[in-house]
Design a protein around this ligand. Sequence first.
Ligand code: COI
Length: 354
Amino acid sequence: MTDTLEIEINRIESSRLNDVDFENLPFGKVFTDHMLMCQYTNGQWSAPKIMPYGNIPLSPASSMIHYGQSIFEGLKAFRTEANEVVVFRPEKNWARFNASATRLCMPEIPKEIFVEGLRQLINLDRAWVPNRSDSSLYIRPFMFATDALLGVKPSETYMFMIILAPVGPYYPKPLHLKIETHYTRAAMGGVGAAKAAGNYASALYPAKLAQEQGIDQLIWTDAKEHKYLEEAGTMNMMLVIGDTLITPPLTATILPGVTRDSFLTLAREAGVNVEERRISTDEVVEAAKAGTLREVFGVGTAATIANVVKITFEDQTFELPAIETRKISPAIGEKLLRIKKGQEEDTHGWNITI
Ligand code: COI
């Protein structure tokens, strides 16, 4: 392994690793020893620096706080049986990060800083990559505006950072989802296809209302008619009706998920009939009543494959077939995980070894 990008590294004096209970990892609460920082000023990115994980100084007038120029990514590293550390499809996340940056009027980040930066950071903190089968190292690259200015305009300065978190499962149990027909996650022409921080903020209140009714998360529908399914919570969603795997097509209101793309690729290769098309609430209700709605699940980096066991639509709740009876989500989900962990041949060249 050679380091092609010169990164100044300021190491911690003593690691916090031994304080961590790797048998009971929560999602996103424990962070590794180091983080990466890189500043954008005068139209260019400075050399990235790796330093001890910790708080950062920020002007209270920082435009990210007031006007929300803030984007992020999520990807994972795994420890293989051969004790190597591999990261799944970082270039795909880099490309999506830059698409989000363009939509939020922020500068693109060079591949070298994003991919090589995370590679060197993970290499430094490689002892933190869990080896339990339900755990991984979650990688969170993010960028935010740092101009101290209350005028509404694109910032001229930005901070790019990467932090790392050893994580356990995102959803500890299967989900009960409600089809949301009042609130909207994204509208055509909006920022739904970008991984913008504000998308997550605006989803909190509708999700909280559902959670007060004992429901875990929402299935978002289109902003115009509230008739077509879009995403499930913070995930892309997939259904199996009969023997066909169906998922909403990638429009301007749907995040182009890396797990979505990987899952569909493997499903097609396994001979599954895949349809990327609109799915109406009527179709879901009819299939649930007819017993042909065999599987519903969310796919995302954090959640991987999240099984849905109940769907509420208006005043009706449908119990879905038992998870043990499902075929496509467990088979393809398992294959995807085996590839990520180096247990199965990576024929697509998705993994990079750290
Ligand atoms: C993901 O990485 O899958 C996410 O969307 C992050 C989630 C924790 C909001």
